[in-house]
Design a protein around this ligand. Structure first.
Ligand SMILES: N[C@@H](CCC(=O)N[C@@H](CS)C(=O)NCC(=O)O)C(=O)O
Length: 209
């Protein structure tokens, strides 16, 4: 398998963590190393990551994660209990669709360059959507019937691999994470885990310097 990504690619980091948790080898292809226009031919959506399997390309981290889970079911990224599985998927979807998608580079650029939102407007936008998302995620952990070490299991998985890259983004934007003790504690546990460490930005081959 080949993963088209770049070091700073939150959605790609989710997939890198999943590949590591499942113990799967893959070739890392830095999209910045490709000739101009080549990536669009691989992924018409133009967004990173893309997984290549036997010459076939799959875009969107959610679809890639589903593929990996179906093709390589063990170890599973999802908890055993069906409700916990649904909660883990819901947690991941909230990050991917309700937080990350509203704050990615192209959305921020559109706000500043086209909508002329200005720096304050952009800050309001980011803090509003990220704050709303973080509060929802923290509440969903508070409501668990069992306080597991990771989001919905004693092992890191689907929800956790979405959480860690998203908290890194929040820190990058200067969001105060002090109100979210459960999220921060789980993030710290994940960061001690090798699968997360090997997926982290600064150890990717295209990380500058
Ligand atoms: N929903 C997509 C999001 C993909 C996405 O927005 N990726 C960003 C980076 S995290 C991207 O490729 N941006 C285009 C760019 O930076 O040139 C997924 O989960 O794969």
């Amino acid at each position: 398998m080949r993963l088209y990504t770049r070091y700073r690619n939150s959605a790609g980091e989710r997939v890198r963590i999943a590949l590591n948790l499942k113990g799967l080898d893959y070739d890392y292809v830095a999209v910045s190393s490709l000739p101009r226009g080549a990536y669009r031919a691989i992924n018409p959506q133009g967004l990173m990551p893309t997984l290549e399997v036997d010459g076939q390309h799959v875009a969107q981290s959610g679809a890639i994660l589903e593929y990996l889970e179906e093709r390589f079911p063990e170890p599973s990224l999802l908890p055993a209990d069906p409700i916990d599985r649904a909660r883990a998927r819901s947690f991941g979807a909230h990050i991917a669709a309700e937080m990350h998608a509203l704050t990615v580079t192209r959305v921020r650029s559109y706000l500043t360059d086209t909508v002329k939102a200005g720096e304050d407007g952009l800050q309001d936008w980011l803090y509003h959507w990220l704050g709303l998302g973080l509060r929802a995620l923290e509440s969903s952990l508070e409501e668990r019937s069992v306080a597991t070490a990771f989001c919905f299991s004693e092992m890191p998985g689907w929800a956790d691999l979405h959480l860690v890259p998203q908290l890194s983004i929040c820190r990058g934007f200067g969001v105060d994470l002090g109100h979210y003790p459960l999220l921060v504690a789980i993030d710290a546990r994940c960061q001690a885990h090798e699968a997360f460490q090997r997926a982290e930005q600064s150890v990717q081959p295209d990380f500058p310097g």
